[in-house]
Design a protein around this ligand. Sequence first.
Ligand code: TMP
Length: 214
Amino acid sequence: MNDGIFISFEGIDGAGKSTHIQSLAKAFEAAGRVVTCSREPGGTDLAERLRALVLNEDMDAMTEALLVFASRRDHLQRCIEPALQRGEVVLCDRFTDATFAYQGGGRGFDWETLAWLERLVQMRDGPAGPVLLEPALTIWFDLDPAVAAQRLQGARAPDKFESESLGFFTKVRQAYLRRHSNAPHRFAQIDAAQSRQAVWSDVLAAVRDRAWLP
Ligand code: TMP
């Protein structure tokens, strides 16, 4: 059986992840892989209910962080880990980097507390000791917040985060950069200001570099 592959997709709102996630799913399926596409917050019935709260209700940064980690716990247990154990490719629209970016960067919530919650929720026993369950690859669609704001203009009614200021998204982007510099091997940073075709070539290249697609 194939080994499971866990890939996450990150970026500020408006960076344009969604179409590329669908295209990558098709590319893996064409190569004979079973793909589970999911998202965070969300991905299970319970986590989707928590998502609706996080995206629509006013709350402080700690409550937000606890709810996204609660939804992640359920998502890992009921969806991501079983799919990986079945040898599937899991494509997840956002994961823990988004918590560091939005709650840590955007809201200014304590980075160390987030790191502690990350360990609490994601540590697993491996053959050589405890390991952090995290994506093997994170495709980061990096975009200037001003360009992202232009792209979001006129789109569907914005949720709580999409309505945030340019200053908020500048901090979110800086936090993504910090996560990237803490684990450069895990990230593929893609210039999301390029044409859709050029972005797609970079997405494919990141996956082919790891020999996951021909
Ligand atoms: P989406 O619109 O890309 O599906 O993402 C949902 C929103 O939730 C997005 O604005 C980022 C935010 N978010 C957090 O604030 N913390 C998190 O941990 C995650 C996964 C998402």
